[in-house]
Design a protein around this ligand. Sequence first.
Ligand code: B12
Ligand code: SF4
Length: 499
Amino acid sequence: MASKKVVFFFPSFASTEATAPLGILAVSTPLLRAGYAVRLIDSTITPNYKKRVLEEVKDAICLGISLVTGPMIRETVEIARAVKEWNPEFPVILGGWHPSLLPKQTLAADCVDIIVRGQGEDALLDLVQHLEARSAIDLIPGIGFKRNGKLFMTTERPLKPIVDLPPKAYHLADFDAYERSCGRRWAMYTSSLACPFNCAYCTNAGVYGRKWNALPPEQFVEETVDLTERYRLELLWVVDDNFLVDLDRARLIAEGLVRANARFKWSIQATTNLTARLSLEDLKLLRRGGLHQICQGVDSGSQKILKLMNKTFQDYDDIYACAARCLKAGIRPSFNIIFAYPGEGPKELHETVSFMMDVCRRYPGAEFWTNIFTPYPGSPVMEHAEELGIQVPNSLEGWADFFPRYTVLPWLNGRQHERLQVMRDYLRIAFDRVPIAADTRDRFTQLAQKALQWPARWRLDHDFFACPFELAINNKLKRRTAALKPAVDAKRLEPAAAC
Ligand code: B12
Ligand code: SF4
């Protein structure tokens, strides 16, 4: 006899940045309000996660799993199969980015019964109520299901603006456990949805469209102050795709936080062109309100590649000037780079590395994080997969190895791939970067790693990566601080040394 209980599983992601999964907290609220009990098992903080899931599903209505494309698929399949072995009739529901972008293929997996496409708040409640009542789910918009081995997709569910979505059920999160795993007490928060741009490698438009919409500043201030006080959080990462679309809203948020005497730090993500619109006064105001980092996708130092990425809105002079203003205001400018985008040759790679080195040298405190281009399902560039020679996986499990840290591409394999990874490792040690996870290095390790910066910069300047002995030394140094490690098998995912 099933109780009114729904079990959620959140598979580990290859990162030390452990905190509560916002997607699951979001879809939990309507369930809780309707009187359902919710159990959240996050494998990052639950060593015996399989046993726990199998215990919890015994008297539940269904199991929901949240995942993005990549390594999370391994544990998704492991848990879904284990549940199916226990009871082939028990409903396994997949939601989140991967099922939303590839609904049919995901649903085709033998261990999956139902998928939810896009926003899950209303769809999952509808679904759970129907499963509980054992009534037909055919008319629930925004889902896909299997019947007699056949796949069915229901009608599209219209996107809801963020103001109409309920608050997330943060109380379900075990922040003590996340803090133990990551060394820092922090959470994510969303204050806007969608992004007006459409970069060719990005999947956002496919799930959230391009109509940017946001919470009013007063709600931002009230919720974030409450959240950080209630759970004693030192940091909020505002995971909006483009926080700075409405500058007046950003200013009002900062003013509100100053007035509320907010004590927490927060960081945002925004495009370089919108960040560049902030004056020094704006930035100082945001800093007073607690903003300490602006993450921006620079992506490439080559105009040619930016054009291919559909990112012609970016201006390099603006990036330099804005980095200077951010640092002056006490805000860390944090930039992302994508290597090996289709069309990138040695010239474009060199332009990007030179740009990075130049920014870091001129503006100490600016930081870069690098990835290898990963062709995600649903991104505009994937429409050209065939001509690019990309082998598109034809099963859910085939996507498990799609991961920006180690993606192998038709134009980047073997020695070339190895060389790029070594170069990325040198970039990691050449300049300081501040990860979310706490810095647990002792003084000796810190000094020794600092000393490695000079030979690393020399190598990058001279494009010389033979006999990478500094990386071996760095690996030894890293072993001295063994405490914080990603929960998944990071060795397989990260063949080269990480900082
Ligand atoms: C925060 C975040 C992270 C955090 C996650 C921390 C954590 N504890 O969850 C960290 C830093 C670890 C991270 C890492 C990565 N991320 Co990330 N990340 C995000 C980000 C910015 C926000 C996600 C979020 O929580 N949103 C808020 C929630 C409320 O929205 P949501 O996730 O969309 O959830 C809704 C629906 O999807 C659905 N839903 C979600 N789960 C479920 C479950 C069920 C059962 C149901 C029914 C519905 C449902 O309902 C929710 C409410 O409407 C998104 C961008 C974005 N706009 O969302 C990228 C994003 C998810 N990440 C992405 C990528 C590529 C990565 C990395 C590969 C990046 C890298 N360079 O390493 C890694 C991979 C991690 C891994 N899994 O292996 C891509 C995923 C693309 C894809 N095809 O899957 C995104 C979409 C960014 C992008 N635009 O490309 N990421
Ligand atoms: S600016 Fe960022 S979120 Fe917007 S489309 Fe480009 S990559 Fe995606």
